[in-house]
Design a protein around this ligand. Sequence first.
Ligand SMILES: *[C@@H]1O[C@H](CO)[C@@H](O)[C@H](O)[C@H]1NC(C)=O
Ligand SMILES: *[C@@H]1O[C@H](CO)[C@@H](O)[C@H](O)[C@H]1NC(C)=O
Ligand SMILES: *[C@@H]1O[C@H](CO)[C@@H](O)[C@H](O)[C@H]1NC(C)=O
Ligand SMILES: *[C@@H]1O[C@H](CO)[C@@H](O)[C@H](O)[C@H]1NC(C)=O
Ligand SMILES: *[C@@H]1O[C@H](CO)[C@@H](O)[C@H](O)[C@H]1NC(C)=O
Ligand SMILES: *[C@@H]1O[C@H](CO)[C@@H](O)[C@H](O)[C@H]1NC(C)=O
Ligand SMILES: *[C@@H]1O[C@H](CO)[C@@H](O)[C@H](O)[C@H]1NC(C)=O
Ligand SMILES: *[C@@H]1O[C@H](CO)[C@@H](O)[C@H](O)[C@H]1NC(C)=O
Ligand SMILES: *[C@@H]1O[C@H](CO)[C@@H](O)[C@H](O)[C@H]1NC(C)=O
Length: 711
Amino acid sequence: MAPSISTFITVVAWATCTLLFEKYHAVELAATSESSAALQLERNALLHTGWWSSNQTGNNSGHCQWDGIDCNARGNVIAIHRTYASLGGKLKLNFSSFPNLVRLDLVGNEFQGSIPFEIGTLSKLSHLHLGFNNLIGEIPLSIGNLKNLVSLSLENNRFTGQIPSSIGCLTNLSYLSLSWNQINGSIPMEIGNLKSLKSLHLASNNLTGPIPTSLGDCYALTELSLSRNYLDGSIPHHIIDLYWLDSIDVSHNFLSGEISVELGRASSLSILDFSFNKLTGSIPPHFSFIKEVNLSYNSLKGQIPVDYGWYYDRYHTPDTLIGNEDLCGQSMGFPPCPPARNNSVGRTVKIMVPIAMFIGFFVLWCFLLLKCVVKKTLPESTKAKNGDLFSIWNYDGHIAYEDVIRATEDFDIKHCIGTGGYGSVYRAELPNGKVVALKKLHRLEAENPTFDTSFRNEVKVLTKIRHRNIIKFHGFCLHKRCMFLIYEYIERGSLFWVLNTHVEAVQLDWRKRMNIIKGIADALYYMHHECIPVIVHRDISSNNILLNSKLEAFVSDFGTAKLLDSDSSNQTLIVGTYGYVAPELAYTMIVTEKCDVYSFGMVVLEILMGKHPGEFLNSLSSSHSQDVMLNELLDHRPPPFNHLVAHDIFLVAMIAFACLRTKPKSRPTMKCVFRELLSRKKPIAKPLHTISIWQLRNQETYLVGESETQS
Ligand SMILES: *[C@@H]1O[C@H](CO)[C@@H](O)[C@H](O)[C@H]1NC(C)=O
Ligand SMILES: *[C@@H]1O[C@H](CO)[C@@H](O)[C@H](O)[C@H]1NC(C)=O
Ligand SMILES: *[C@@H]1O[C@H](CO)[C@@H](O)[C@H](O)[C@H]1NC(C)=O
Ligand SMILES: *[C@@H]1O[C@H](CO)[C@@H](O)[C@H](O)[C@H]1NC(C)=O
Ligand SMILES: *[C@@H]1O[C@H](CO)[C@@H](O)[C@H](O)[C@H]1NC(C)=O
Ligand SMILES: *[C@@H]1O[C@H](CO)[C@@H](O)[C@H](O)[C@H]1NC(C)=O
Ligand SMILES: *[C@@H]1O[C@H](CO)[C@@H](O)[C@H](O)[C@H]1NC(C)=O
Ligand SMILES: *[C@@H]1O[C@H](CO)[C@@H](O)[C@H](O)[C@H]1NC(C)=O
Ligand SMILES: *[C@@H]1O[C@H](CO)[C@@H](O)[C@H](O)[C@H]1NC(C)=O
């Protein structure tokens, strides 16, 4: 059903766009037919505006020399910039005289009247900036003819009427701002055609109706601002498909419904403002990485998740949550959650609440379970023929095999950025400007069954999962002659590389190191406890943790990952990286989640020490080892830390040693680790130079494995 609707929209949009184009094509041809006459027309049209003083227009100077006019080599006007010049009056530029105009920038001039319909003749226009004027009327439908538009800003005017649906014709549009007008009606569904759109600003208008679900098709979107309108309905689930979305502001509307559980987990948002709406339900977990969250003045209820307050003072209701009367805090100074009362009403509540909660959790659990299982089973576009699979999806729908070959010049060595456990990794800049990483098996490697299996395994696992700290997978080609996987490109390279490069290691301060640890823990928690079947990575090492430009962590390399389900044998060959593999794998060969927990412990110590802890751990097990203090263990390269971070370091070190316990059963689960990392209830530690490693390792009561998980 959905595809047929979108096909219909596409056809209608195409027809509209084509008709508009035809109409203006004729005018354009006429205007360019006689070149010297055309130049004279341009000059007359400029003179007619009265925007240049006689100083400039006098003594018969060429108009290409006037302020704010740029011409091409043939003398045609290609750019007009007149900004904040208080020109006033109407926008009386005869648009049909400028068939070569590429930029028109008339911001801040107190222009009145409306935009002439003839604006549609500027078919080469790429930048149209008419913001901060007093323009009125409707945005002309003919705007859809400006197919080369990259940037359109009409903000801070007094436009009324609707957003023309022809806006969907502007498929090269990257920036669109219509904020601070009085535009009414609903946001046209055709907005979903704008695959290059990065910024969409429609704030402070009179827009009504729902946020169109087609917005989820604007794959390139990084900024979305729809605040201060009259929008209703729910926040479309599809926005979690917007991989690049960095900030979303839908505050001051009438949005209702619940906040998607996946929003915190899957997206890489850093700013989220949902304040002043009518959102209900509870605050989903995993919001802790979104740097600025504002959920104030909604109707949210229930307990505030422990991870919500990571960046806030836990003794006060953060002002990002005020105005939600039914929220309560667990151990924090928020209004506390009410204890069950003993009167008759209380008893009913006491019985009903657990039942309701049970049903709620059951539904949520089923939902998550289905999500994890159903999500991203191979998409429709997958072609399976003779065991060859090819599928590229979920990026902008436009990456084609040919684009990949062209971008890497058929996998030329100069695009190679490294060789992994298997295959080489290439960096490819696609025609739309996005950069992706490609992991490719070379012909000889592809004939090696082990490599082939790893590749297929990675596809199997990565198509199932989605988490903000797990590398994003954009597609794959599994073909005898050309096997490659496509991922998001993660700029800073591996954690191993960063820790072993002095300049980078200095930049990796303690706050960032703590965040990396939390990110890895979050990803493993998701794989071990939220995915069915459970996914064990089996090769967690500093080489397989990648860092982006903000030094956030992404777990990568799922070639050896294993799905643990009840039918399959959990017996395994030893895989993994020497120095990170859990000791029990040497004799039991049974893989459990606790193998990852062990490797995680190794990586955490490595982050604290700045180098692989193998040698240090060996020295501990020798009989005449000297006791070492925690501060002596720490990497000396990053800048010193304050007492708050010292407390986190203590906590993290204690967790690391618990994860490295020899017996798998006595290691904590990732669930337990993650919870500990988020709760800030731990007693304030003594100064780090007074805590010995011996003490840390012998905190057997702390984070006990199995018994803890049963509570
Ligand atoms: C003419 O040009 C001079 C110097 O460039 C300037 O000072 C003057 O303000 C200009 N006159 C007008 C009317 O713009
Ligand atoms: C026009 O003439 C004035 C005065 O002679 C001179 O200052 C100005 O630079 C000339 N304008 C151009 C564009 O040549
Ligand atoms: C604009 O210029 C065209 C010629 O390019 C002319 O035919 C038309 O009359 C002009 N329009 C106005 C409003 O001056
Ligand atoms: C969009 O931009 C691309 C590259 O910048 C260009 O090749 C293409 O012609 C443009 N499309 C339209 C419809 O202008
Ligand atoms: C938009 O506003 C205009 C003028 O206030 C009104 O005539 C029109 O009906 C409104 N349209 C919608 C869809 O609300
Ligand atoms: C937009 O909303 C404001 C405030 O409700 C109202 O005063 C104004 O008339 C509306 N404008 C249109 C065009 O509907
Ligand atoms: C959250 O939004 C409310 C209302 O818009 C505002 O008062 C508060 O300062 C915001 N908090 C933060 C941290 O931005
Ligand atoms: C409510 O009942 C429980 C046992 O059912 C008892 O422990 C608790 O003290 C009672 N609370 C009040 C406020 O009476
Ligand atoms: C394999 O491990 C999973 C998860 O620990 C467990 O549920 C399953 O029963 C195990 N399978 C076998 C055959 O032991």
